[in-house]
Structures are given as C-alpha cells and as structure tokens.
Design a protein around this ligand. Structure first.
Ligand code: HEC
Length: 112
C-alpha cells in the first residue's frame, strides 16, 4: 500500500513538472533595431539594362543576380533559359538576346 502511494506521488510529481516550468515568468520581449546593407534594387546601365530590369526583377533582386560569379555568354544564356523553362519566367523571346548580352558584358567571363 505504502509503495503504491509512493509510486502515485512520484508519477504525479513527474506529470506536474512541466507545469512548474510554465509557471515561470515569461522573459520580457524588447525590440531591437538592425541595420541591413541596402541592396541594389535595379540593374545599373541605363537603357542597356531595360530588358533585364523589365524581366528579371519579379522573383528576385538585382543583387542576387549581380552577386553570382562571372559566367561566359553561353552560361548566361543557359541561366536565362532555365528561368524561362524551369521557373516559368514570362520572358518574351525577343528580350532574351539583349538580356544575355547585358549579363555577358556586366558579369562576363572569357571561359566556359
Ligand atoms: C518566375 C520567377 C523568376 C524570374 C522572372 C527570374 N528568375 Fe532567376 N531565379 C528564380 C528562382 C526560383 C531561382 C532559384 C532561387 C534559389 O535557388 O534560391 C532563380 C535563380 C537565379 C539565379 C541564381 C543562379 C541559378 O541558376 O539558380 C540567377 C543568376 C538568376 N535567377 C537570374 C535571372 C535572370 C537573369 C532573370 C531574367 C532573365 C531571372 N532570373 C528571372 C526565379 C526567377
């Protein structure tokens, strides 16, 4: 009898343990301010950048593209085709060559 009472007490103690954790005061929340670096919003380069600005900013930033490694013209063309075929970017056929040219000029590399 005594052991079963002890067992019950032990069980209750274990079962109620989480409640004592809940009862602790919640930590006070306070706001912090964080300075994030300002991203490049648009592709630089005036009218030469119009096709890429018009077609490539719907899903990600210009920064995201400009921070990629330099690629060959063929590799940039493959990236643009991937945006169209895989990610379904609605880009007109006619806009592809000026976009690839812009990328090859701005972020181009000689190699493959
Ligand atoms: C319909 C949405 C959409 C549009 C429009 C779009 N992209 Fe993307 N792009 C994506 C997605 C999704 C990813 C993958 C993001 C990730 O991996 O986090 C991506 C990734 C990229 C990358 C990173 C490298 C890679 O191959 O994943 C580059 C560079 C890129 N896009 C360039 C472009 C260019 C240039 C254009 C315009 C021709 C463009 N994107 C338009 C959706 C889009």
């Amino acid at each position: 009898m005594l052991t079963s009472i002890l067992r019950l007490g032990l069980l209750l103690g274990v079962a109620l343990l989480p409640l004592t954790v809940w009862a602790q005061a919640a930590p006070a929340l306070k706001s912090v301010s964080v300075d994030l670096p300002a991203g490049v919003q648009m592709f630089p380069g005036g009218t030469a950048a119009d096709p890429i600005n018009n077609n490539c900013l719907a899903c990600h930033s210009a920064d995201m593209v400009l921070n990629q490694p330099a690629l060959s013209k063929a590799a940039w063309e493959a990236v643009v085709k991937k945006m169209i075929n895989v990610y379904k970017a609605p880009i007109a056929e006619a806009d592809v060559p000026p976009i690839v040219a812009y990328l090859a000029t701005t972020k181009g590399s000689a190699g493959e």
